[in-house]
Write a protein that binds this ligand. Structure first.
Ligand SMILES: Cc1cc2nc3c(=O)[nH]c(=O)nc-3n(C[C@H](O)[C@H](O)[C@H](O)COP(=O)(O)OP(=O)(O)OC[C@H]3O[C@@H](n4cnc5c(N)ncnc54)[C@H](O)[C@@H]3O)c2cc1C
Length: 456
């Protein structure tokens, strides 16, 4: 077996290392990252508020969270989102409308009108093969009409991908659904097959633990989402003697099939390297080794996202539910707001509430106070709030949320072709394998399977 360097200690890097070790990888693993383990998953505490700087929730759709929680004994810290989390809103004509959560509420919902409801219901039986570069907006428009694209695809895309539905490539965001539709299945049959394939893939993977649909849902931890990377890093350090090296890798060189990683003041040679960092950060690192790969990586795109936290005296504003999303068609400067303190207990001090608002756009032209005011103004307009927030904090995410742009699937295929020329070098992370923390864990799990398979 070879020795491995993993560059990046976000969830993707941590999970690759964790599952390699758990499944019997014997040699040393070194993990490089100048920052605390967790990457985008960090929990801050300020003025009694618990602030999730990146993700707010973990949407369980595979067994990995509960499996690692059982193995590493952090199960007792898992929190399921409050029932009120089922109340979600989308803004229509300037006011928040509740998103239907079942067939009855679908019929009575005022979010979409009767013709759109009929279009949506009949879309499930439709068969049509989308083309690879089709946008998510055009896909929904094609299946269920333009209004559904405006009021369902647009807010979904903003809420999950931080981008406009027109800019999101359907085949990249939903690869299995795309493949099933291309094979001639109806939309309903494609969704069903996707769920069945997923169930089959995970079935029996962990003999000591069988995943059931009862565990699906939205989760966090009593001490915030950072509990997850902390638990993985602790297991890696204490149980598996993994080295965490607090260095930013600056470049890589290749000789005799081995990789020499270089950082300010040092270098070390590895048989295998896993790059669990964003393509934009990897591009300059590989420039000297492979100019073509570097140029290709620099073609990845990102959606800039700014996060504004507000604390409110609950007498002024006490939000109830998951939060709301704003379709592009509605004239607001924000993409949506999460009602953090109503989802999980202990997120705000007694008598206070916490909101987390996403403001889209290039933050370099706006100051923190501009961004905070944009979020405050939108919340006041939507909920008729009279009074100022008691707390405010702004965070900017660089380079932003990976954008699965039109042409992304082709870009990724070409990237994998270029990577094939560097045996023992791998990429993983949210630029390549899906947007959420469960995808990052799954990407690491599957990469560990592939690496162990090569050694078998
Ligand atoms: C605002 C926001 C909200 C989100 N909301 C949700 C949500 O509610 N639910 C959900 O599931 N997901 C959500 N996500 C997505 C989730 O955060 C990501 O899917 C996940 O964190 C990606 O993990 P990663 O390890 O792939 O990458 P990252 O977390 O980006 O980790 C990459 C790591 O690489 C390190 N690195 C970079 N360059 C170098 C270098 N040269 N040398 C060494 N190390 C380097 C960085 O320091 C970082 O630690 C959200 C993200 C954002 C930004």
């Amino acid at each position: 077996m070879s020795n491995i360097a993993i560059v990046g200690a976000g969830i993707s890097g941590l999970s690759t290392a964790y599952f390699l070790k758990e499944n019997g990888y014997q040699r040393q693993i070194d993990i490089y990252d100048p920052a605390e383990p967790g990457g985008k998953v960090q929990t801050l505490r300020e003025n009694g508020f618990v602030l999730e700087t990146g993700p707010e929730t973990y949407l369980v759709r595979n067994p990995l969270l509960f499996h690692t929680a059982k193995q590493e004994q952090y199960e007792s810290q898992i929190l399921k989102a409050n029932q009120v989390g089922k109340k979600r809103f989308i803004v229509r004509e300037g006011s928040p409308q509740q998103v239907p959560s079942g067939p009855l509420s679908f019929i009575s919902s005022s979010l979409i009108y009767l013709p759109q409801k009929i279009a949506l219901a009949s879309a499930m039986g439709k068969k049509a093969a989308p083309w690879e570069k089709m946008s998510f907006f055009d896909f929904v428009k094609h299946f269920a009409g333009e209004t559904n694209a405006e009021y369902l695809a647009s807010p979904f895309s903003r809420g999950v991908y931080g981008c406009e539905a027109e800019d999101l490539e359907f085949s990249a965001a939903f690869p299995q659904l795309y493949a099933n539709l291309r094979s001639g299945l109806s939309l309903a049959a494609s969704v069903k097959k996707m769920a069945a394939d997923r169930k089959e893939y995970w079935s029996g993977k962990f003999p000591s633990y069988e995943f059931t649909s009862r565990e699906r849902g939205m989760y966090s931890f009593a001490e915030g989402l950072a509990t997850l990377p902390k638990a993985l890093a602790k297991a890696l350090r204490e149980k598996y003697s993994t080295n965490f090296i607090s260095q930013r890798i600056a470049s890589v060189e290749k000789s005799n099939g081995k990789y020499s990683l270089k950082w300010n003041g040092g270098s070390r040679m590895y048989d295998r390297v896993v790059w669990a960092i964003q393509a934009k950060h990897l591009s300059p690192i590989v420039q000297k080794m492979d100019e073509q790969l570097s140029v290709h990586l620099s073609g990845m795109r990102y959606s800039p996202v700014n996060v504004v936290f507000h604390g409110w005296d609950s007498k002024i504003f006490k939000p109830n539910g998951f939060g709301f999303l704003v379709p592009r068609k509605e004239k607001f400067s924000i993409m949506g707001t999460l009602f953090s303190s109503s989802l999980f207990p202990g997120r705000a001090p007694e008598g206070q509430s916490l909101t987390k608002t996403m403001v889209k756009g290039d933050a370099s032209v706006f100051s923190d106070s501009d961004l905070s005011e944009m979020a405050e103004e939108s919340l006041k307009r939507l909920f008729s709030i009279h009074g100022k927030p008691s707390f405010s904090k702004v965070l900017r995410h660089e380079p932003g949320i990976p954008l699965y742009f039109s042409g992304y699937s082709e870009w990724k295929r070409e990237l994998m072709g270029l990577m094939d020329q560097h045996s023992g070098m791998h990429v993983t992370g949210w630029d390549y394998h899906g947007m959420g923390i469960p995808d990052a864990l799954e990407g690491g799990y599957k990469l560990s399977e592939a690496i162990l398979g090569e050694h078998a």
